[in-house]
Design a protein around this ligand. Structure first.
Ligand code: NAP
Ligand code: G4F
Length: 345
C-alpha cells in the first residue's frame, strides 16, 4: 500500500522538490495551497493531475496554517502517515516588516498542526522545517545540533518557537515529531527575492541585455549554501529513522554573498572590477559601467553575519551527505535562467 504524505507549503521551493521525490517513491501526496488572486502553483505544474484523473497521486487542498479549522479538517480527511510542515513566511527581511503575521504562520502554524495530530492520530509522523537562522549571532563555529540558539529576526524567533514546541510535543505526548535545522538551500525554483536567485537571474538578464543593473545589500555576510534537491532527501530520511530526533542539514562550506556573485559572473563570462566601499561599493563591467550597486534598503535591522554547519550527525544516522557543491548548484540555476531567456519567458 502506498504511504500518504501531507505537505503544508507544497507550492514553495521545498514543497515542490519533496512532492516530486515522494511521487517517485510511490507515495500519495496531499498538498495544502493558499487561495491567491493569481495562480501560485507554477512550481508543481509539471506534476499536477487534472481533477478527473482516477486514482490521483497528487491531491491539492485549499488551507492555511493560520486557520485551525482547515488544518484540522485536512489532516482528518487525508489520513496521512507523514506530515511535512514547510508553510512559512520564509523571507527574513520581510519578517521585520510583518512580524506579527510571520509569528502567526511560522510559530503558531506549527502548534496548530501538532494539536491536530494529537487529537486525530498520534501515530502520524511530523517534520518541522527549522532553520539555521535560529543560530543567528552564532555561539559556536561550525553549528551543530548542540549549538545554543541566538535568533536575530522575527523569523528566527518564530522558527525557534516551532523548534521547541515540536520537541515539547515529542517529549510530552510521545509523538514522532522531528526538526530539521536546514542551512540555506537554493535551486532553480528558489523564490526571486532571495539573494542567490536574485544574483543568478540578475546577471543572466544583464548578460542577455534585458536588465542594466543589480541592486543588493550586505555583500559580506557568509552562508552555507546547498541544493534543495539534496536537502529534501535528508528531510524524508529524518522521518524514516527509528527514533524522532533533530538534525542539522548543511554542506559545511561557507562563502560570502560577494563570492557567490563573483563565481556566477565568471561562469557567465562577465568580467567584473570592484571599486569603492560600503554603500559606494560597485562592480563595473569591461565598459566601465556599474552593473552591481549597493542599496541601504536591502540591509536588515540586524544581520546574521556567518553561518556554517556540521552534518556529522546526519551522515552517521541518516547516511546522508550533499551531492551538489556550490559550483554545480550555480550551474543548475544558471542553466535554468538561460533556458528561460532563450525561450524569452
Ligand atoms: P518558500 O518557497 O517560501 O515556500 C513557503 C511555502 O509556505 C509556500 O508554499 C507558501 O505558499 C506557504 N505558506 C506561506 N504562508 C502560509 C500559510 N499561512 N499557510 C499555508 N501555507 C503558507 O520556502 P522554501 O524555501 O520552500 O522553504 C520551506 C520551509 O523551510 C519554510 O518553512 C522555510 O522557512 C524553511 N527553511 C528554508 C530554508 C531555505 O534555505 N530554503 C532553510 C531553512 C528553513 P505560497 O506559495 O502561496 O506563498
Ligand atoms: O537569501 P537571503 O534572503 O537568505 P537568508 O536571510 O539567509 O534566509 C534564507 O535562509 C534561511 C536559512 O538560514 C531560511 F531559514 C530562510 O527561510 C531563507 O530561506 O539572504 C542571505 C544573505 C543575507 O545576509 C542578506 O543580508 O544575503 C544578504 N543579502 C545581500 N543583498 C541579500 C541581498 N538578501 C536578499 N534577500 N536580497 C538582497 O538584495
Amino acid at each position: 500500500m502506498s504511504k500518504i504524505a501531507l505537505i503544508f507549503g507544497i507550492t514553495g521551493q521545498d514543497g515542490s522538490y519533496l512532492s516530486k521525490f515522494l511521487l517517485k517513491k510511490n507515495y500519495v501526496v496531499h498538498g495544502v495551497k493558499r487561495r491567491s488572486s493569481s495562480l501560485n502553483t507554477a512550481r508543481i505544474d509539471s506534476i499536477y493531475q487534472e481533477p478527473f484523473v482516477k486514482k490521483k497521486k497528487l491531491i491539492l487542498h485549499y488551507g492555511d496554517v493560520s486557520d485551525s479549522n482547515s488544518v484540522f479538517s485536512i489532516i482528518k480527511n487525508t489520513k496521512p502517515d507523514e506530515i511535512y510542515n514547510f508553510a512559512a513566511q520564509s523571507h527574513v527581511a520581510v519578517s521585520f516588516e510583518i512580524p506579527e503575521y510571520t509569528t502567526n504562520t511560522d510559530a503558531m502554524g506549527t502548534l496548530r498542526i501538532l494539536e491536530a495530530i494529537l487529537k486525530i492520530n498520534k501515530k502520524i509522523k511530523f517534520y518541522q522545517a527549522g532553520s539555521s537562522e535560529m543560530f543567528g549571532k552564532v555561539m559556536q563555529i561550525p553549528q551543530t545540533e548542540k549549538t545554543p540558539f541566538y535568533p536575530r529576526s522575527p523569523y528566527g524567533v518564530a522558527k525557534l518557537y516551532s523548534h521547541w514546541i515540536t520537541i515539547n510535543y515529542r517529549e510530552s505526548y510521545n509523538l514522532f515529531a522531528s526538526n530539521g535545522i536546514l542551512f540555506n538551500h537554493e535551486s532553480p525554483l528558489r523564490g526571486e527575492t532571495f539573494v542567490t536567485k536574485k544574483i543568478v537571474q540578475g546577471l543572466c538578464r544583464i548578460k542577455f541585455g534585458k536588465q542594466k543593473k543589480l541592486y543588493l545589500g550586505n555583500l559580506y555576510s557568509k552562508r552555507d549554501w546547498g541544493h534543495a534537491e539534496d536537502y529534501v532527501e535528508a528531510i524524508w530520511k529524518i522521518l524514516q529513522v527509528r527514533k524522532p530526533d533533530d538534525f542539522v542539514i548543511c554542506t559545511g562550506k561557507q562563502y560570502t554573498i560577494k563570492n557567490f556573485l563573483d563565481i556566477t559572473a565568471k561562469k557567465l563570462g562577465i568580467i567584473l572590477k570592484w571599486r569603492g566601499k560600503g554603500l559606494n561599493e560597485k562592480a563595473y563591467n569591461l565598459d566601465n559601467k556599474p552593473i552591481v550597486e549597493i542599496k541601504k534598503k536591502y540591509f536588515r535591522p540586524s544581520e546574521v553575519d556567518k553561518l556554517v554547519g556540521d552534518y556529522t550527525k546526519a551522515k552517521k544516522i541518516l547516511n546522508w551527505k550533499p551531492k551538489h557543491n556550490l559550483s554545480s548548484l550555480i550551474d543548475d540555476m544558471i542553466n535554468h535562467e538561460i533556458n528561460l531567456l532563450k525561450n524569452d519567458k
